[in-house]
Structures are given as structure tokens and as C-alpha cells.
Ligand binder design. Structure first.
Ligand code: HEM
Length: 292
């Protein structure tokens, strides 16, 4: 969706604003604050300046420099129809990033979200998620992961990573203060696996994430609001190079060379009346091997 906020005055055509998450033109009346790109905070994909609505910091507007940038930003993670998992019956709203575009090079990535029934009127701190990710290397896995906020940034946000190894999907919560390998998260998030499956070069994890919409590490806190009706999430995927895979908190890995980016997730259609029933499902936690 392209918008020209009147409060910013006329701009050259090649400086159109992409608003990936303001779903209605009602937002045009707000005042927009320019937030200079701050590499250490990671609030911009690919050096694209970011505008933040002061009333609702979760609303982020990307200022694209060229029409090509606009197309890439808009195409990164597309909104799809609801998806019902056949095995569990869980209904997700899903977003997928395919191949193509500077930040989506490589295989597919799908994230699905189901929220508690009242999450659009009362902030939830948990969700049921679906991650469906590419497997590029069976012997030395890569990973895929999610940033929970506030603008889908890598730094100062709760990160979740998942990777396949020997028929098991392992996960690790991580946290980064800079653009280097995120360390284990020490806050209160917990993950329960609801199902994990493998098919045709992909793995899929359905999980319950508790304590995942607010976080705290090293004196820094962050949170996102489900009742705002929008989240900005981030994704990242790597083809290989994840080592010590059976010991999630001691696993080490490299840059996400299989696509990364941020996208606006409109939460309409994510609150589910059967949430509590689905959230009670679980499969046994994968055994870890932490000898090294
Ligand atoms: C050794 C591991 C990692 C390294 C060296 C790394 C490095 C980087 C760098 C340099 C960027 C900026 C790229 C640019 O501006 O074009 C970036 C962006 C990003 N990374 Fe990572 N990353 C790592 C792991 C992760 C993980 C595990 C996640 C998520 C679970 C993640 C999520 C993101 C996201 C969402 C972005 C785009 C938003 C932003 O710029 O903050 N990264 N990463």
C-alpha cells in the first residue's frame, strides 16, 4: 500500500512512502516523526529510513528511495488466506516470503499466527506460531527465525530461532545488542512444541510461545501490543553453518544468507475462539545433548 502523508508535505515521486501496516487511510491524519537510521538499533531494512508514528510506535513507515525499493519492500512477506493445520485443527493467519528481491534471496519462509480470543481488545503475551522453513543442508543445518518486535528489528528484541536436526526441530530464544551472533535470552519466554513435521525440503514447527510479546535483557525492556491490531515482525533464514545443533543454547551460527526482512502483520483474523484448547496441546520436548 502506498501513501503520501499530507503532514510531510509534497515529496518527489521517487520518495513515496510505503506503509506496510497502516491498514486504513485513517492514519494519514497523524503526525509522522522521522527516525534517523540508527544502525545499532536496526530499525531499518537495508538502510531504508524509517518513519515512526509517535502515538503508536509500532506503526512504521518505510521511506523508499526508488520504485525498485518499493516493490521489494512490498513483496517481501505477503499476506495469505487462513491456513488450517490438518493434524491439530489450528487455524493460522499466515505470511510468506518467497524467493526474489534483495532481501528474500533463497527459499521460502512462512509464519503463521493464532492469538487468544480476546487479544484484539486486551494485550496478549502469548501466541501459537507456525514456522515453515527451507532445509538447504541436512548434515549441517541452517536456521530460520523471527523477531517479535517492535519494528521487527534484530537488536533489542526477543528473537526465536528454529532448525532441523536428525528428525527433530530445535529452538532457541536469543537476544542481540548488535549485528553479531545473538546470545541466549535470559528472560521469561517459554516455548512448547505442538507439532513438528518434515516434508519436501521443508520443516514445520507449530509452537506455543508464552511471555513472547514482552522481553527484558541487560536492563533493556521491550514489548508489543496485540490490541493495537498490528505487529511489525522480522524474519531471517540461513542455509547452513549452524553448529552444535542438539544443544540449542550453545548452538553457534552465522549470518542469515537465505533471506531476511521486516513486515507489517495486520492482526485482523488472528484471534481464535479455540485458542485455549489448541494451546493445551503439546508434544514431548526434544532431548538435548549438551556435552560440548
Ligand atoms: C551470527 C548471526 C547473525 C548475524 C551476524 C546477523 C547480522 C545482521 C546484519 C548485519 C543485519 C543488517 C543487514 C542490513 O541492514 O542489510 C541483520 C539484519 C537482521 N537480522 Fe540478523 N544476524 C544474525 C542472526 C540473526 C537471527 C538469529 C535473527 C532472528 C532470529 C536475525 C534477524 C534479523 C532481522 C529481522 C534483520 C532485519 C532487521 C534489522 O536490520 O534489524 N538475525 N542481521
Amino acid at each position: 500500500m502506498l501513501i503520501m502523508p499530507s503532514t510531510l508535505g509534497p515529496r518527489p515521486l521517487d520518495e513515496m512512502l510505503v506503509c506496510s501496516l497502516v491498514p486504513t487511510l485513517g492514519s494519514l491524519g497523524r503526525t509522522w516523526k522521522h527516525e534517523a537510521p540508527e544502525p545499532h538499533r536496526g530499525h531499518r531494512p537495508h538502510g531504508v529510513p524509517v518513519y515512526v508514528c509517535p502515538e503508536t510506535p509500532a506503526l512504521v513507515v518505510l521511506l523508499a528511495n526508488t520504485p525498485v525499493d518499493l516493490q521489494q519492500a512490498a513483496a517481501q512477506t505477503a499476506d495469505a488466506a487462513p491456513y488450517k493445520d490438518a493434524e491439530t485443527g489450528i487455524v493460522f493467519k499466515t505470511w510468506s516470503a518467497g524467493s526474489g528481491g534483495a532481501s528474500a534471496a533463497g527459499g521460502p519462509f512462512t509464519f503463521g499466527l493464532a492469538l487468544p480470543e480476546d487479544a484484539l481488545t486486551k494485550d496478549a503475551d502469548e501466541y501459537i506460531g507456525l514456522l515453515r522453513c527451507h532445509i538447504a543442508n541436512n548434515a549441517v543445518p541452517g536456521y530460520c527465525g523471527l523477531s517479535h518486535g517492535e519494528s521487527g528489528q534484530m537488536t533489542q528484541a526477543l528473537l526465536l530461532m528454529a532448525w532441523p536436526f536428525n528428525g527433530t526441530v530445535y529452538t532457541s530464544f536469543r537476544y542481540a545488542t548488535g549485528y553479531n551472533m545473538p546470545v541466549p535470552y535470559t528472560g521469561n519466554a517459554t516455548l512448547t512444541q505442538i507439532s513438528s513435521t518434515f516434508k519436501a525440503g521443508q520443516f514445520e514447527l507449530i509452537y506455543r510461545c508464552k511471555g513472547c510479546f514482552s522481553w527484558s535483557q541487560g536492563g533493556t525492556t521491550g514489548s508489543v501490543s496485540t490490541k493495537s491490531g498490528n505487529l511489525v515482525l522480522g524474519r531471517a533464514a540461513a542455509k547452513t553453518n549452524l553448529h552444535n545443533p542438539a544443544c540449542p543454547d550453545k548452538a553457534f551460527f552465522g549470518f542469515h544468507d537465505n533471506g531476511y526482512g521486516q513486515w507489517g502483520a495486520n492482526l485482523e483474523g488472528t484471534a481464535q475462539k479455540d485458542y485455549a484448547k489448541w494451546a493445551a496441546m503439546s508434544i514431548p520436548t526434544a532431548a538435548t545433548e549438551c556435552t560440548k
